[in-house]
Design a protein around this ligand. Structure first.
Ligand SMILES: NC(=O)C1=CN([C@@H]2O[C@H](COP(=O)(O)OP(=O)(O)OC[C@H]3O[C@@H](n4cnc5c(N)ncnc54)[C@H](OP(=O)(O)O)[C@@H]3O)[C@@H](O)[C@H]2O)C=CC1
Ligand SMILES: CC(=O)N[C@@H](CCC(=O)OP(=O)(O)O)C(=O)O
Length: 342
């Protein structure tokens, strides 16, 4: 058993981590922090966890994070970077669900995130936690940068095409829709029921902070700079991400076979049989990325549908997948569950 701490246990990713980890046979949840709810029973705030989590929230300053084997940061951007060095020095391993360690170019990170990086020296060491690309590095890592929700769906969708070197890498298009929980649990006008329900909008069109993360990941795979247009949308689902990806093909190839072979051994990527499309409603609570491949007749265009859950394969579930790899557990342990329907 490993002792685990969660910083930020009251956000949507934090409570999703609690739900998953409370059922994990190799995890003892030692401490869960919240500044606003310190002293309150976790089960009082989240009755869904009654009988599963017996802890109280503690203040991050007073909680004994340095006695954990692993600490998850389910906090806003800019928090993990302030505590990472101290925890690593105490022998604690870290998975940051936020973006502090995702982008290797510090100036680029500071531009998109609008703050100074507190520990640029650790960024090079951090391993980008996308197991389908970095599995062996993740096993050895002390510090994991868990990917963003949109970048998970987009990178997994484009990955086989780019690895095979058969697309025009300068003209990729990612048209992506997210459920509202992707915006987090904090109160904001644009996620009010009256604003977000029965509504639909594109946002971040001139530039979204996940663009440099996606470009970095795809460029690493291509071994040359990749360019793409990425437009996120807010859709009135509670959970889930649906990415529709377009790429111009530079060679004739059987896309279905390419995808099936690339992901044959991946426990959390499911390539649907030819002609099937992922059903959006089934992304709710799904633990994996479901991919459908389509090539319109007579066109050299690949249309890839990549569907995930922003809170599971896009955040907490992927973080636990990384934890399993880091501690030598079976990769699917505790996250091999069946999605909700409806
Ligand atoms: N929602 C999603 O689908 C996804 C989110 N992420 C990322 O995961 C992170 C968490 O997201 P989400 O759960 O949505 O966020 P929320 O805003 O819903 O939750 C944030 C949590 O962090 C705590 N917190 C806030 N400020 C601090 C601080 N200064 N020190 C310590 N704790 C703090 C809050 O508790 P309190 O204020 O009481 O301390 C709260 O528990 C974000 O970086 C987000 O970008 C990544 C992928 C998907
Ligand atoms: C729907 C919605 O608002 N989504 C969020 C992204 C979610 C996310 O978690 O991004 P980071 O982990 O990189 O902060 C947004 O667009 O800001």
């Amino acid at each position: 058993m490993i002792n685990v701490g969660i910083v930020g246990g009251t956000g949507y990713t934090g409570v999703e981590l609690l739900r998953i980890l409370s059922q994990h046979p190799e995890v003892n949840i030692q401490t869960i922090t919240s500044r606003n709810e310190a002293g309150i029973e976790v089960a009082e705030l989240f009755p869904s966890l009654r009988g599963h989590i017996k802890l109280k929230f503690s203040d991050p300053v007073e909680s004994e994070l340095n006695q954990c084997d692993l600490v998850f940061f389910a906090t806003p951007n800019g928090i993990a970077m302030q505590q990472a060095q101290t925890l690593l020095d105490a022998g604690v391993r870290i998975i940051d669900l936020a973006a502090d360690f995702r982008i290797k170019d510090i100036a680029e990170w500071e531009k998109w995130y609008g703050m100074r990086h507190a520990c640029p020296g650790l960024v090079a060491e951090a391993v980008y936690g996308l197991p389908e690309i970095n599995r062996e590095e993740i096993r050895k890592a002390r510090l994991i940068a868990n990917p963003g929700c949109y970048p998970t769906a987009v990178q997994l969708g484009f990955l086989p095409l780019i690895e095979a070197g058969i697309v025009d890498n300068q003209n990729l298009i990612a048209d992506v829709k997210s459920g509202v929980s992707g915006a987090g649990r904090k109160a904001e006008v644009h996620t009010l029921l009256a604003e977000a329900a029965d509504n639909f909008k594109a946002y971040g069109v001139p530039g979204h902070r996940h663009l440099p993360e996606i470009k970095q990941g795809l460029s690493n795979i291509a071994k040359e700079p990749v360019d793409l247009i990425f437009v996120p949308h807010l859709t009135p689902m509670i959970r889930g991400i649906h990415a529709t990806l377009y790429a111009n093909l530079a060679a004739h190839i059987d896309l279905q076979t390419l995808y099936e072979q690339r992901y044959a051994k991946e426990p959390f990527v499911d390539v649907l049989p030819a002609g099937k499309h992922p059903e959006t409603r089934s992304v709710r609570g799904s633990n994996l990325c479901r991919i459908a491949v389509h090539q319109p007749q007579g066109r050299n265009t690949a249309v890839i549908l990549s569907v995930t859950d922003n809170l599971v394969k896009g955040a907490a579930g992927q973080a636990v997948q990384n934890m399993n790899l880091m501690f030598g557990f079976t990769e699917t342990l505790g996250i091999n569950f069946v999605p909700l329907l409806p």
